[in-house]
Ligand binder design. Structure first.
Ligand code: NAP
Length: 292
């Protein structure tokens, strides 16, 4: 018999895969997505597709949000018809979107308004790990609900780090995003430099492969840059949002991050050039030889 009814709000690139893995784990899953057609394929996997966040959460044990940013989450979860007001007694809100430091704190306040336990649990991993249940969950929240949430985390991820009180997960996510954004920016400039000096960038990837410099990410995203084909695992739009979150947090703590600033500008340029919905590797288009 299904238990742990979970309302999944947001069935984009990440949320759809996560919902499927909750179903595979035997849970009852209700899904809501602003664009309903994108959620409908999940009905074939056994999900109930509904028309509002409130309908999804009625009597559910968990509401799991996987939406683009903090404002979108607050809009879906707040208001008169709040899904938080109709959860089962002891229902928990598991917030997995990337919302940054201020965003996570703001959403925790929203949860408190409704008297619902808030677990801040952003994830590491992209489209494929989400589909394969191989995400790394950066969970933070009250220790009392740790055991209760574990079946959800086991379904969506291969590892859960319990990090302390709610908000620590989002702070660690910012730190990992600083690393990812930095890698992408330098990789784009390195592929460009190779081309500018007449070196085949494929030879660069070959030279670093398997050694300490050869992070798998370089092979994966570097190949996309070389091919100039950017099928989306993580969009430029959302990568730029994440770079902004890193910078906002750094500013709030009086920390200058000029490298992240420069890469954020590159992401914005790629968006201006029309690559916002393509994979973040399209930052290359703003860095390649001949671009402004
Ligand atoms: N993709 C990754 O590799 C990755 C990895 C880790 C974390 N994340 C984070 O996970 C979250 C989701 O990312 P994703 O890649 O799954 O993004 P996505 O495919 O673009 O999905 C975004 C979701 O947010 C919804 N949405 C956007 N604006 C909305 C609005 N104004 N009102 C209501 N719903 C709205 C979309 O609904 P529609 O379908 O109607 O547009 C969709 O459900 C983001 O916070 C992202 O930073 C992503």
């Amino acid at each position: 018999m299904a238990d742990n009814t979970t309302a999944v709000l947001g069935t984009g690139i990440m949320g759809a895969g996560m919902a499927r893995n909750l179903l595979t784990a035997g849970m009852e899953v209700r899904v809501w997505n602003r664009t309903r057609e994108k959620a409908e394929p999940l009905a074939e996997d056994g999900a109930q597709v509904v028309d509002s966040p409130n309908q999804a959460a009625e009597g559910a044990d968990f509401v799991l949000t996987m939406l683009s940013d903090a404002n979108t989450v607050a809009e879906a979860v707040g208001g008169e018809m709040s899904p938080l007001s109709v959860l089962a007694e002891d229902g928990v809100w598991i917030q997995t979107s990337t919302v940054g430091e201020e965003g996570s704190d703001r959403l925790a306040e929203l949860a408190a308004e409704y008297g619902v336990t808030y677990v801040d649990a952003p994830v590491l991993g992209t489209k494929e790990p989400a589909e394969q249940g191989q995400l790394i969950v950066l969970a933070s929240g009250p220790e009392e609900v740790r055991e209760q949430c574990q079946p959800v985390f086991d379904a969506i991820g291969s590892n859960t780090l319990w990090l302390g009180s709610a908000g620590v997960g989002s702070r660690l996510k910012l730190v990992t995003n600083s690393w990812i954004v930095g890698l992408l920016g330098v990789l784009a400039e390195t592929v460009s430099l190779a081309r500018a000096v007449g070196v085949d960038p494929a030879r660069f990837l070959e030279a670093i492969e398997g050694g300490p410099l050869g992070v798998p990410y370089a092979q994966m995203k570097g190949q996309m840059m070389i091919d100039e084909e950017f099928p989306t695992s993580f969009s430029v739009d959302l990568a730029q949002k994440d770079a902004d979150l890193v910078l906002k947090a750094a500013r709030a703590h009086d920390l200058p991050l000029p490298i992240a600033e420069a890469i954020n500008t590159r992401f914005k340029e790629a968006i201006d050039e029309g690559y916002g919905e393509e994979d973040m590797a399209a930052i290359y288009e703003a860095a390649k030889p001949g671009s402004s």
